[in-house]
Design a protein. Sequence first.
Length: 359
Amino acid sequence: LAGLLDGAPDYQAALDLARVWTKERHFRIGVHLLRGIADADESAVAYSAVADAVLQAILPRVVEDFAGRHGSPPGAGAAVVALGKLGSREMTASSDLDLIVIYDAEGAESSIGKRPLAVTAYYARLTQALIAALSAPMPEGVLYKVDMRLRPSGRQGPVATSLAGFRRYQAEEAWTWEHLALTRARVVAGPEPLAGRVSAAIAAVIEAPHDAGKVLADARDMRRRLAEAREAEAADPWETKLGPGRMMDIELLAQAGALVHNLSGLRRPGRMLDRLTKLGWLGAEDGARLAAALAQLAALQQVGRLASDHTIDPAEGGEGLVRLVLATAGAEDLDCLRESLAAEAAAAAAIIEARLAGP
């Protein structure tokens, strides 16, 4: 992709080329999934690799365009950190990008250019330019929707954070849920020296001592709040993400366990469950059951997103989707699958409740 964009006549043309390239790759991944050439997990990795390539190709062009007006990035530049599904390489066809931008301008006060900007303003506006490059509607559509709510202080915080500020915030102010989110964080773009320092800062947060009782209590509270806020969606029998015993619930437990045991670098909740089972934090049978439930739900979500960016009854997607869903789940018919999913969710929820209640 980077080589393709090098041939673009201007910045806007490069952004449109990136959109065309991404659509073509997404179409190819979807076809491979439909034909059984790739399974759901391989598709998740492929969608994530496309997003990685886009960010790595787009960021330098955004920086170059912005620097033409305001000068080169002061200090060591900016790194883009992916969280959520991109961080753990588990994207679907319709996944948003959960991002944080972290810069290091130690010793610099402003940029040097035609219209210099103070460091904070420079990186805030550079980040806004990156968001626009990814999400602004253009003749070839939108690349990705971007969600920056996981940044330090959320919507109230600056869109870009200094590395020193990130370290300080995580050590002194961050909520447990923010540390949980970092268990899936991964630097995906930016200059290598800075990327290494940011990765080390993230690992340091996860590897720092955590009060296990507080982590589990906060996870229980988060679980309760999610259940209350998303009760209507969770009532849908085909919902894979929300509700007791479903993806977010299992992921919450895995990430809480990773924080309690200082497990950095795993990123995928399935890997966290495996490690936590080996450590004895989860019983062998419970760990295996949760891992299997999570894998099945993720696979069903992956194929479902080919038909819609929200949960639908497979029957509404036509015979082709029904066949794909049944093949993915290894089920005989939709009624059997519906009953099986409900039973597995109930079993997973019971395991999660018991584990979060314990030491």
